[in-house]
Design a protein around this ligand. Structure first.
Ligand code: SF4
Length: 499
């Protein structure tokens, strides 16, 4: 269990949210609360949570009822890919101005809906509410209901006023919107075994490396929610006999509802890492109770593992003993990453999430070694201090943490929305290993010298974050000398151009 003593110097109210795993000491990590004022949480708002969970529905119109800033903040928020329509990649907003705030935005919203139907003829419009809509009290439900009758397609309200809770509440708002579609069309039955993939957002095409594995096992994947999902496939998802939930933080709510409403059971799985992939395939085969399916699953596991192992072993020899800091939005990804790092010979020294719950942290605590820091809802200064204190060689997190790591002279791997290569499936894990290798073993860190790392406990975070011109000059000349710019962490440089 974590030991709740002062791990780093931070706000007094934040101390219970940061703990050191020590097997012999008790204590429970504080979590699942609203962020502490003044702590500059890395969390996003309720609306943003709804947007990340729902936006990958490819052929839907996602209309943001609010000021333009809310829409631009989340424009193309995930690197989700589509195998067909790209409607979701355009951001639509009612662009509320001062007059709308004073006199109400309902008429403007109705007009916008009419215009979008005329221009795009979409199968559905999701209308997201934002902070200001909650404050002035526009009746989103009523406008959407009236519009549905007028335009003849579902216009679904997403009650995601930014201030009304945490990002997790946004996931629920997205799930509530999806509920309106599920069960509205009859599925075509192509196999006696049918599943839905829930909580996979097809970032960089992840789903396309996972779906074929199930298809090889004779399974029909009705939909993947919401990565590469269409309104049609979601409407038919009640035809599945099993829901596989990967991102449990965002989709367990929907899975539980489908169990209640349609009797569809669910299993929590991960498609990341060799071990978790094998568990996922075996779990499905076991569920259907088919010996033939289990035989195919075992063949896939054996053949695919054998195929990627030579390169994994070579990379492992270069990563062995390196240390990693994990900071994720949800706990499911953090948990599966612990295993992934072990498979690559690396040790996790910091692990944190934005939205983890008590049970998640208990599970995390069981899986990490003594001395690992466990943190909930960290702020950037805490993360910087922890990285220095724990001497992490690499941070794996999302876009908000990327530059924090770079400024500390620490290798970085984006595991969230902004990555451009797949990390799921067997080839995805190989991609992950290659990216870690490229990032950790990049000569750029040697060029930086040791002024930022290793950490000196006496330094203040602001000192460590202060990138001195001297370092920059040293880096530039070193790069020029070696003329190896192309070799420097190409995956990361590619990400930069996309971001
Ligand atoms: S909904 Fe509120 S908190 Fe979220 S982006 Fe808009 S204004 Fe900001």
């Amino acid at each position: 269990m974590p030991d709740i003593t002062s791990v780093i110097n931070t706000l007094d109210e934040r101390q219970p949210y940061i703990a050191l795993k020590q097997a012999k000491k008790g204590g429970e990590l504080a979590c699942d609360n609203t962020s502490i004022a003044g702590s500059m949480s890395q969390r996003a708002c309720v609306y943003s949570g709804a947007r990340v969970a729902l936006n990958p529905v490819t052929d839907a119109i996602h209309l943001v009822h609010g000021p333009i800033g809310c829409a631009s903040y989340t424009w193309d928020i995930r690197g989700s890919l589509s195998s067909d329509k790209e409607t979701f990649r355009t951001s639509f907003s009612t662009d509320m101005k001062e007059l709308d705030v004073v006199f109400g935005g309902e008429k403007k919203l109705s007009k916008c809906i009419d215009e979008l139907v005329e221009l795009y003829n979409p199968p559905v419009i999701f209308v997201y509410s934002t902070c200001i809509v909650g404050i002035i009290g526009d009746d989103l439900q009523a406008v959407c209901k009236e519009s549905t009758e007028r335009v003849g397609i579902p216009v679904i309200p997403v009650q995601s006023e930014g201030f009304k809770g945490t990002k997790s509440d946004g996931y629920k708002a997205a799930c509530n919107a999806l509920k309106e579609l599920i069960g509205t069309r009859e599925p075509e039955i192509k196999s006696e075994y049918r599943i839905n993939i829930l909580g996979d957002y097809n970032v960089a095409g992840d789903v396309w490396l996972v779906k074929p594995l199930f298809e090889k096992m004779g399974i029909q994947v009705i939909t993947s929610m919401t990565g590469d999902a269409t309104v049609d496939s979601i409407s038919k998802s009640h035809g599945a006999q099993l829901n596989l939930v990967q991102c449990s933080g965002s989709m367990t709510f929907l899975a539980k509802w489908m169990k209640q409403e349609f009797g569809t059971p669910f299993r929590k799985v991960s498609y990341f890492g060799i071990d978790d992939l094998a568990i996922a395939l075996r779990t499905v085969a076991e569920f259907f109770g088919s010996e033939e399916m289990m035989k195919i699953a075992e063949e896939i596991i054996e053949n695919e593992t054998r195929r990627i192992m030579p390169e994994i072993k070579a990379i492992r020899s270069r990563l062995e003993g390196k240390t990693a800091a994990i900071y994720m939005g949800g706990a499911a990804k953090a948990l599966t990453l612990i295993k992934g790092f072990h498979e690559l010979g690396m040790e996790v020294v910091i692990i944190g999430t934005q939205t983890g719950k008590r049970d998640d942290y208990k599970q995390i605590s069981y899986q990490v070694k003594d001395g690992t820091v466990i943190v909930d809802d960290a702020n950037p200064l805490e993360l910087a201090d922890l990285i220095r204190k724990q001497k992490a060689d690499l941070m794996v997190a999302g876009v908000k943490e990327r530059f924090l790591a770079y400024k500390l002279g620490v290798a970085f791997c984006d595991f969230n929305h902004d990555r451009v290569i797949e990390f799921e499936g067997y080839d995805g894990f190989l991609n992950f290993a290659r990216e870690l290798d490229a990032s950790i073993n990049s000569p750029v860190w040697k060029a930086y010298g040791s002024k930022l790392r290793p950490a000196n406990d006496g330094d203040t975070p602001s000192e460590s974050l202060d990138l001195k011109a001297e370092n920059g000059t040293k880096l530039k000349s070193s790069i020029k000398e070696t003329n190896k710019m192309q070799d420097l962490n190409t995956a990361t440089l590619h990400q930069e151009s996309i971001a």
